[in-house]
Design a protein around this ligand. Structure first.
Ligand code: LLP
Length: 418
């Protein structure tokens, strides 16, 4: 057997093969022990609030609840997922709804369940105030700068649609509708570095002091990176906490009361817990490239196509032969979709790149690593390909937490509309 699961061998080889034989490919697998380890690393923060957009399976949410992790919801659907997983919004702001718009259905839902709203626009503030005076809110600030692993994940600055630009214009409406301002929130992007972080913290303090905001909590947002490549460094959580804790202390001293510090990660908690398992169905060559074509496409894992994101790929040989890591070929890995961009090895500009893989044969399994965040949750049914199963490993047992969608289920929505 090969040892090419060397990056982060979060699953036993034979277990992966066992799951393939039971559930087929493509297939998502998560190891809950990895998530638990991540939760422990964040224990110093008063509240860990999971950005469920990164991995919104209700079984994972309900397990997180057992470990005292709260959740962020960004849509009506995510609120329903939270409630379904057992979160009760009124208890200590178990669920916070974060958005820049609030549609009528969602507004009724947050009122019904008394869900605090992290408000990202002045219009939204007015709409909540008119319909639910006295509602608990947070203000999501656009600090006028941002930073992300891609332009598409930078959530601050003049080109960002997120957050409130001019905080002073929010204050009259908070007063007018007696809204209860619980906290300030700042998420400057996904993939933050320490320089921007320090800047964000200073800005948070400045806002509180400048506007004399009577708050009880601050949220550091999410954005903590994980090492996708073998040589990437892990984030220094102690340093991260210290930077935010200093700001918390400054605010606390100024307001003369204790201030709670929240963190709102998605990727950091779940990315490294997940793999995507696929099967090689074709190997073909052009004049310059060798293409390995697998049964997972960008409808399953969208990140490489959307951002040029790198995911480590390892190989499990179907016939159990030994794979020599020193005997590799430069290959392009593509999916089954009828779209030429359906390639997992490309850069952020859409240029095809090659990856060194060992001698892959038809029927071998390719494993994509670190896909627990923004993997399944970003999947679509493009090319009429149903959603694929999710399997969770916990307490030494594997459990299906989402079965494979059938083509009949997919068509049903349309057939019933005839
Ligand atoms: N809080 C807010 C308000 C957010 O908008 C986000 C992510 C997070 C927290 C969590 O960020 P994280 O800790 O996961 O970086 N699809 C992209 C990431 C988009 C993130 C959108 N907002 C990706 O695959 O990298």
């Amino acid at each position: 057997m090969s040892n090419l699961l060397r990056k982060k061998n979060i699953f036993n080889f034979n277990d992966v093969i066992d799951m393939i034989s039971k559930y087929g490919t493509p297939l998502w697998m998560y190891n809950f022990n990895v998530i638990l380890k991540k939760i422990k690393e964040l224990q110093k923060f008063d509240t860990i609030r999971f950005a469920q957009k990164s991995c919104s399976n209700i079984h994972i949410l309900s397990l997180l609840k057992k470990y005292n992790v709260k959740i962020d919801a960004v849509s009506f659907g995510e609120i329903r997922r939270g409630l379904c997983a057992g979160y009760v919004s009124t208890i200590n702001q178990d669920i916070i709804f974060t958005a820049d718009i609030i549609d009528d259905q969602t507004l009724n839902e947050v009122i019904k369940h008394d869900i605090s709203v992290n408000v990202g626009s002045i219009d939204m503030l007015k709409q909540i105030g008119i319909k639910s005076p006295g509602h608990k809110i947070w203000l999501r600030i656009n600090p006028k700068f941002g930073h992300g692993h891609s332009k598409k994940t930078n959530t601050g600055g003049e080109n960002s649609k997120h957050g409130i630009w001019d905080v002073s214009s929010a204050l009259p409406y908070i007063k007018k509708y007696s809204l209860k301002l619980c906290g300030l929130h700042m998420h400057i992007g996904s993939g933050v570095d320490y320089i921007y972080l320090e800047k964000a913290c200073k800005t948070m303090v400045n806002y509180v002091l400048k506007f004399n905001l009577n708050i009880r909590s601050i949220s550091a947002g999410g954005g903590l990176m994980i090492p996708y490549r073998c040589n990437d460094a892990s984030i220094d959580i102690k340093k991260y906490f210290k930077i935010w804790d200093n700001s918390r202390k400054l605010i606390s001293n100024y307001l003369n009361r204790s201030i709670k510090l929240e963190i709102e990660p998605g990727r950091f908690l779940v990315a490294e817990s997940g793999i995507l398992v696929s099967t090689v169905y074709a190997i073909k060559k052009t004049s310059t490239k060798t293409f390995i074509l697998i049964d997972a496409g960008f409808n399953d894992l969208m990140r490489p196509v959307m951002y040029g994101s790198y995911h480590y790929i390892s190989v499990i040989p179907k016939d159990g032969r030994f794979l020599d890591e020193n005997d590799t070929t430069d290959v392009v890995v593509g999916g089954p979709l009828c779209e030429s961009g359906d390639v997992f090895t490309q850069n952020e500009y859409g240029d095809i790149e090659t990856r060194k893989l060992p001698n892959v044969k038809l029927g071998d399994y390719l494993i994509f690593h670190d896909v627990g965040a923004y993997g399944a949750s970003m999947s679509s049914i493009y090319n009429s390909r149903p959603l694929i199963p999710e399997i969770l490993f916990k307490n030494n047992k594997f459990r299906v937490i989402r079965r494979r969608q059938t083509i009949e289920e997919l068509l049903e929505l349309e057939i019933n509309s005839c």
